[in-house]
Design a protein around this ligand. Structure first.
Ligand code: HEM
Length: 114
């Protein structure tokens, strides 16, 4: 497994946090798994974590476990892998500016639910 070396200057979690407030999104929208699946490339990378959809494209080079590891989960629901590797990581905080929406089921909304 290729890890981002700790020596790569400018890519620590602190560097990430310093930067992340610069590009927050304002509007959060409901999204289906079908939509998440379209963003499965390193340069256009979404994933789901505990029902929330994040665009992690900018975060990938900052991932302390390396790019390859986090890329295993892009375009997918990353919750199980994430919890298996590091349940203690506060992703909600780290990725708060990467939030694009929340996952909804891939089915039409029933009349009574509208
Ligand atoms: C979804 C967003 C993710 C975030 C915000 C995130 C964040 C982090 C952080 C902060 C660390 C350092 C943890 C520590 O030192 O205690 C880490 C390490 C790591 N992450 Fe992630 N991660 C994410 C997704 C993933 C996924 C999907 C995988 C696996 C497929 C993964 C695999 C790893 C591995 C293997 C390490 C290294 C653990 C070690 O040093 O032994 N991460 N990640």
């Amino acid at each position: 497994m290729k890890k981002t070396p700790p020596a790569s200057r400018g890519y620590s979690q602190v560097d990430w946090l310093k930067n992340k407030n610069k590009n927050g999104r304002k509007k959060v929208v409901p999204l289906s798994m079908e939509q998440v699946k379209q963003h499965n490339r390193k340069d256009d990378a979404w994933l789901v974590l505990r029902g929330k959809v994040y665009d992690v494209t900018e975060y990938i080079p900052f991932h302390p476990g390396g790019e390859a590891e986090i890329c295993r989960a892009i375009g997918k629901d990353a919750t199980k892998l994430f919890l298996a590797k590091h349940p203690w990581v506060n992703a909600e905080f780290l990725l708060s500016n990467c939030l694009v929406g929340y996952l909804v089921e891939d089915r039409p909304v029933e009349e009574k639910e509208r």
